[in-house]
Design a binder for this molecule. Sequence first.
Ligand SMILES: [Zn+2]
Length: 198
Amino acid sequence: MYEEVVEQLIHQLERLPGIGPKSAMRLALFILESEDNYASELAKIIELAKKTIRFCEVCGNISGHALCSICSNSNRLSSIICVVEEPKDLIAVEKTCEFLGTYHVLGGNLNPIEGVGPNELRIRSLLERLSNKKVEEVILATNPNIEGEATASYLARLIKPIGVKVSRIATGLPLGADLEFADEMTLGQALTLRREMN
Ligand SMILES: [Zn+2]
């Protein structure tokens, strides 16, 4: 239908999460119609971000250095680890200002249908943190949807035998929702009212 290079652009945009064919086409047209330097600025910043940003060696958070700003902050309690699915969830919890511990970013949730098993997530490195350091509590703050709950249950079964307290954020949060869309008060309350997992 279009020039092949436009087709390729649409195809690449369609690979982005949450972007369907229609949105991809709209974005492609926006880029093509924008002023000359927008496309090259966009391409440059994507390349630069990809080159310079990495994942924290300890928690998996997005970072410009080997350790992220939270893991390298000595005021944060390393004895409490809040487990989240994605960096965006970490940011959502940070915004509540309710949490002074550290994080562990799994990189997703268990989703057998999409081929995501335990080995695809940062679970081994979480268990290593629990065995090496004096961690007293793990708060499971995966999303309150089916996959998030399944991931929390799986982790609770792995962690409890180690002798570390495991808690799950309370569901003041609407079921089926994403942490990133919760308001600070709801998410803050859900953290405060977290319950120990059986
Ligand atoms: Zn970190």
